[in-house]
Design a binder for this molecule. Structure first.
Ligand code: SF4
Ligand code: SF4
Length: 184
């Protein structure tokens, strides 16, 4: 009989030992939040993401020269850049930092459904135009909303301007061909 009660007590004691951390947490201050209904930023003690966090990319179109280095470095081909060559006398405005540009960047798309946030594109960029940000809240119900065209988002070139520079380049090419066939 004595052994029976001893075993019962041992069973209860062992369970209590196993539950020690759980029981301890029952009486501690709650640190979790019901995200996204409650944002961690609204809670005291929230720390911002570290500045070197790898989340959504950002491209500063005023600093992009259309060199395509980022797209070539991307291991999953999620960057798609379209450029148009400038004709003599109609160069694009210089970079915000002062560098010269010879290409019009008419499209700069990143498909964030494919991006693996490796940051290789930022390493390859010679001007620092493409950077990783701390922005992590950009999920969507529609996967096509996750394809960002930074030219459109920043209105760095209007559709009319894109059509104009393409036409100018086509005209320039035609004249060059004509000159080659009928030299002056
Ligand atoms: S972070 Fe990596 S996967 Fe994403 S666009 Fe840059 S190179 Fe490509
Ligand atoms: S590497 Fe930099 S400058 Fe070149 S196309 Fe990409 S973002 Fe633009």
């Amino acid at each position: 009989m004595k052994d029976y009660f001893k075993n019962v007590w041992l069973g209860v004691w062992t369970a209590l030992i196993g539950m020690r951390i759980t029981i301890d947490h029952l009486f501690r201050k709650n640190v979790t939040v019901q995200y996204p209904n409650v944002h961690p930023k609204d809670k005291a003690g929230w720390m911002d993401m570290p500045s070197n966090a790898r989340n959504r990319l950002y491209v500063d179109m005023d600093e992009c020269n259309g060199c395509n280095s980022c797209a070539r470095a991307c291991p999953v081909n999620c960057i798609s850049i379209e450029t148009v060559r400038s004709v003599p006398g109609d160069a694009p405005p210089p970079l915000a930092s002062g560098g010269k540009r010879n290409l019009w960047v008419s499209q700069f798309e990143i498909d964030f459904t494919k991006c693996c946030f490796c940051s290789l594109c930022t390493e390859a960029c010679p001007t620092g135009a493409i950077v990783m940000t701390t922005e992590f809240e950009y999920s969507s119900y529609n996967r096509y909303d996750l394809v960002y065209n930074f030219v459109k988002l920043q209105n760095s070139m209007s559709d009319e301007k894109i059509a104009e520079v393409k036409e100018k380049w086509a005209e320039h090419q035609k004249e060059k061909k004509k000159e080659a066939v009928e030299p002056k």
